[in-house]
Design a binder for this molecule. Structure first.
Ligand SMILES: *Cc1c(COP(=O)(O)O)cnc(C)c1O
Length: 393
């Protein structure tokens, strides 16, 4: 059967083409617990490609809460939230998130991908207009497609283009959607200006805080909180800085009610295991506490130290975030550079098409609060030898 499929549809030719274009992907095997050191295939390397920005994925208190909860609540939720999977731990997590975010209500999804699909498809249909930054995440793009709304994609961060799109149309509903911290570039959306535009033109503002949650804001609420705005809808993941799994959506009570009734990516899927929500809540409590603030400060110090070293190597760049792209260009060269770094004990993932535009391949260097000064120096040395001096192994 499988052989027939391969032969008739020539899947191997398709795979060969991916190889030829430098776009073939595989999944390196990781072992051990998440931290500043990664065990990747047969390498032990400094981990500069983690979204575990605050080290919460290995935090003893999170692990303890997780393992205790498994014995109390079982391994899985066994059903969707609307059938028999609406455990108290999900409710408690949502109540915490709503207070933390300063919104009326919140809802937990199985993943950020599902959350973005659910948000966009629940709010819009073919009568509506979604205005979306060209560098928005694939889950936002897919949500737009599934919604059947008219989509206006604007050049990255271009406020004039957003205003033109808002001005020149009269759909039933208008929505502007953006990431707050862009996942592959580490730059920030002009949230205040976007918020003003949305208010002026009566559009809903939707912000994806996937890479800002935990990292920005006095209590790690995200970049919107840091800028003092509360958009109509904000989402973020519980699997990156929060270190566990899943995602949240926060907004008005009626919007959350609508999601429960309309979001197919919420309704037609088994609820996350209760223990996942217990662990995510424990992680968020830490993130919102004094300890979280200390971890954010350490991360910020690392951003500044690493920034100094990287900006010296690439004077045209301005490293000022926990996510930093080191531009390479061609897809195949990007992966070669990533491999060369790994050989020298540095894991920094190559990012290429279709995650970014063709020809915009880069090493995506991310920082953690747990990185030591030596880690930063070593990483910077390796980047220098591979990217600046072109070492290949
Ligand atoms: C990772 C990510 C998502 C998806 O979240 P998951 O929980 O991993 O599915 C959505 N948006 C952005 C910007 C992301 O970086």
């Amino acid at each position: 059967m499988i052989k027939e499929l391969s032969k008739n549809w020539d899947l191997s030719a398709e795979i060969r083409e991916l190889h030829d274009r430098g776009l073939y992907r595989s999944m390196p095997l990781v072992s051990g617990a998440p931290g500043r050191i990664i065990y990747l295939e047969d390498h032990i390397a400094l981990n500069f490609s983690s979204n575990n920005y605050l080290g919460m994925a290995g935090h003893p208190k999170v692990l303890e809460a997780f393992s205790n909860a498994v014995w109390t609540h079982g391994a899985g939720s066994t059903a969707s939230r609307l059938i028999a999977g609406n455990c108290a731990s999900h409710r408690e997590l949502e109540e915490f998130i709503a207070v933390w975010k300063g919104t009326e209500a919140a809802l937990v999804f199985g993943s950020g991908y599902q959350a973005n699909i659910g948000i966009i498809t629940s709010l819009t249909n073919a009568n509506d207009l979604v205005i979306s930054d060209e560098l928005n995440h694939a889950s936002i793009i897919d949500g737009c497609r599934l919604s059947r709304a008219n989509i206006s994609v604007y050049p990255h961060l271009d406020l004039d283009a957003v205003e033109d799109a808002l001005k020149n149309s009269a759909p039933r509903r208008k929505m502007v959607i953006t990431e707050s911290v862009f996942s592959m570039d580490g730059d920030h959306a002009p949230l205040t200006e976007l918020s003003d535009l949305c208010r002026h033109y009566g559009a809903a503002m939707v912000v994806d805080e996937a890479h800002a949650t935990g990292v920005y804001g006095l209590k790690g609420e995200g970049l919107c909180a840091e800028r003092g705005i509360i958009p109509d809808v904000q989402m973020g993941t519980l699997g990156k800085a929060v270190g566990v799994s899943g995602a949240y959506v926060a907004g008005s009570r009626s919007f959350i009610e609508l999601l429960v009734n309309r979001a197919r990516s919420f309704i037609f899927t088994t609820a996350p295991p209760p223990a996942v929500s217990v662990a995510a809540l424990r992680a968020l409590e830490i993130i919102a506490s004094e300890e979280g603030a200390k971890r954010r400060l350490r991360l910020q110090m690392n951003v500044e130290i690493m920034g100094g070293m990287i900006n010296e190597m690439f004077p045209q760049r301005n490293f000022a975030c926990h996510i930093n792209p080191i531009p390479i260009g061609r897809s195949d060269l990007t992966m070669i550079a990533s491999k060369a770094c790994l050989k020298q004990g540095l894991f920094v993932q190559g990012i290429r098409f279709p995650s970014v535009k063709e020809g915009a391949g880069r090493l995506r260097l991310t920082l953690m609060s747990d990185h030591t000064l030596d880690d930063l120096k070593n990483a910077s040395q390796v980047i220098k030898s591979v990217v600046v001096h072109g070492a290949r192994g």
